[in-house]
Design a protein around this ligand. Structure first.
Ligand code: ATP
Length: 548
């Protein structure tokens, strides 16, 4: 497939609003693709050239892109930033700039989907001191051969800001339709393999291929997640549930095969080197050929420390041994996904738990199985007293559903009015904060878009503001007076006193008294709260207020 055809398709898809039309167009295209193009297409259309577990990252920020665009268009960096401020979207701005240049350029090589993938791979593997220069060189080469429309989508892919409105759900339906297979099987295979490219190839072979997908060590799957709920709500079914402490640490998956071990974070980044103490503990305790799921907590004098302590360790590259000596990290295992060549995710939870207890002994999270509300309440209060976050209620017969926030796991913790919001902009501070950002513009997810809902200026320490200022420099997309706008990357957890209707923000809601609580480095922007969550909370609180 020519990348130009891909870009034209993206442009058409952006203009289609109906889900059915989107799926129809996608499935028609998927039918026509070669075996080579099919996986590339499915990954690129989601804006993710590499599976998230692969460890491959582009690492291209706006600054690198500006440098390459300046070279290709012969324009000054400031002109580029200015254009971006006016157009508002990096892809559209690059399209605009390239269309001025294309009138004078005569030689272009036709880019195929494979060419783009090869270039992205080249960008992702460049390392070391000269890596930035190397990356710029590859981007220059790509953009020199790109038409304006191609430049638009190359930019969006490079900045990982590819939002044409195709989610996993639409693609799943399109693949199912293209190859006449059951969409549930496509979903199942994607939960296990976590790569729509590979899943599309399996779907092309048929339902048997989709059904026979297997987990393998060192190919992590997304973590199963929980919903907020109530004890009485979960007990409505009348069946006993498993109750575990909800630890306030960091989620991990541990894989071991042929004596080799790897540990992955919730975002599926490998953290083995940063966690030698935990890896050694688990390596010694667990048999070979296994995948387990758990939460690692930092403890001092028997009490858990805030979860950022663990996240800081996950990020650590230097002096790891000293850090390991200073703070004890304890893994708590609560699930097993694979053992001895067998995938276990389809077994009921209580059977998986039996298997986990047999192989992992001391590291298994204690559990209460009960259908008695007061007994569970008491367990919940014991968890809080011991410094944990609350409890998790898990249905005994539930399967492990990677990446799903379903009804099978329910978290019970003290009510806290907080939202996880994406940092999309900031305003320079004043007075003693004039050299850093003083307030941040925060957005909620709305399908593939991000919609501002609040600004937050309180709750930060001076160190945090200085760190945010430095770390966000590379994410600046455009400037407008005292405002700067970022490529979305960071998620803030923000507290508030109330959600109000407001004409000031596009989504129609605003937060009253927002305050910064913490940076959620463990969360991807795709895990931020949505407009739907905000509307639900608004309706919920107003219902309660009206009732009382
Ligand atoms: P929160 O923002 O409330 O911390 P979250 O958005 O990080 O939650 P949830 O899906 O709401 O994630 O809650 C599940 C998380 O709780 C898991 O990802 C895991 O990190 C943590 N956790 C702690 N103890 C357990 C446990 N016993 N079983 C499962 N998850 C646990």
């Amino acid at each position: 497939m020519l990348f130009l055809n891909f870009a034209e398709l993206c442009s058409r898809l952006e203009k289609i609003s109906g889900r059915l039309d989107t799926i129809a167009l996608l499935s028609e295209t998927i039918c026509s693709l070669s075996e080579e193009d099919l996986p590339h297409f499915c990954r690129l259309i989601l804006g993710k050239p590499f599976p998230e577990w692969s460890g491959q990252k582009l690492g291209v920020g706006p600054n690198l892109l500006y440098e390459a665009v300046a070279y290709v268009t012969g324009k000054k960096r400031d002109e580029i930033i200015d254009r971006l401020s006016r157009v508002g979207d990096a892809g559209a701005a690059v399209e605009d700039l390239l269309s001025q240049k294309s009138q004078t350029s005569f030689f272009t090589v036709e880019l195929s989907l494979s060419d783009i993938m090869a270039a992205l791979l080249e960008i992702s593997v460049t390392e070391g001191g000269r890596s930035q220069k190397e990356k710029v060189r590859v981007i220059q080469r790509l953009l020199s051969n790109a038409s304006p429309l191609e430049g638009h989508y190359i930019t969006a892919i490079l900045l990982e800001d590819f939002r044409i409105g195709i989610g996993d759900g639409n693609l799943r339906e399109a693949i199912a339709r293209a190859f006449s297979v059951n969409p549930d099987l496509v979903e199942y295979a994607n939960q296990v393999r976590n790569d729509m490219g590979e899943v599309a190839l399996l779907a092309k072979q048929g339902e048997t291929a989709l059904q026979s997908v297997r987990l393998v060590p060192f190919h992590p799957v997304r973590m199963m997640l929980a919903r907020q709920g109530t004890i009485s709500g979960v007990l409505e079914s009348g069946n006993p549930v498993a109750v575990e402490y909800k630890y306030d640490g960091a989620r991990f998956q541990f894989h071991k095969q042929n004596g080799r071990c790897r540990m992955y974070s919730r975002r599926l980044e490998e953290v083995t080197a940063a966690m030698p103490d935990v890896v050694t503990l688990l390596n010694d305790a667990l048999p070979d050929d296994i995948i387990v799921d758990g939460e690692v907590i930092a403890v001092r004098d028997g009490r858990p420390l805030p979860f950022q302590t663990v996240l800081r360790r996950f990020r650590r590259k230097h002096n790891v041994a000293e850090a390991a000596d200073a703070i004890t990290m304890l893994p708590n295992l609560f699930d097993i996904l694979y053992l001895d060549g067998r995938m276990l995710i389809d077994l009921p939870f209580h059977i998986r738990r039996e298997k986990l207890c047999k192989v992992a002994g001391n590291f298994v999270t204690p559990q209460l199985v009960s259908d008695n509300e007061s007994e569970i309440e008491a367990y919940y209060h014991a968890a809080l007293d011991a410094g944990h976050e609350g409890v998790m209620l898990k249905l005994q017969d539930s399967r492990y559903t990677p990446g799903v926030r379903g009804k099978d796991w329910v978290k019970i913790k003290p009510e806290a009015d907080t939202l996880d919001l994406v940092v999309t902009g900031a305003e320079w501070g004043e007075g003693k904060r004039a050299h850093v950002f003083g307030s941040f513009l925060l957005s909620v997810r709305d399908e593939e878009k991000l919609i501002p809902i609040s600004r937050v200026a309180t709750g930060f320490s001076d160190e945090q503001l200085a760190w945010l200022h430095d770390t966000l420099q590379d994410d600046i997309l455009r400037k407008d007076g005292k405002m700067v706008y970022f490529e979305p990357r960071l998620v803030f957890e923000v507290g508030y006193s109330e959600i109000q209707k407001s004409p000031n923000y596009e989504g129609g809601y605003a937060l009253r008294f927002p305050r910064f609580i913490e940076l959620r480095e463990d969360k991807d922007i795709k895990e931020a709260n949505t407009t739907e969550d905000v509307t639900d909370r608004y309706i919920q609180t107003h219902k309660v207020q009206n009732e009382s």
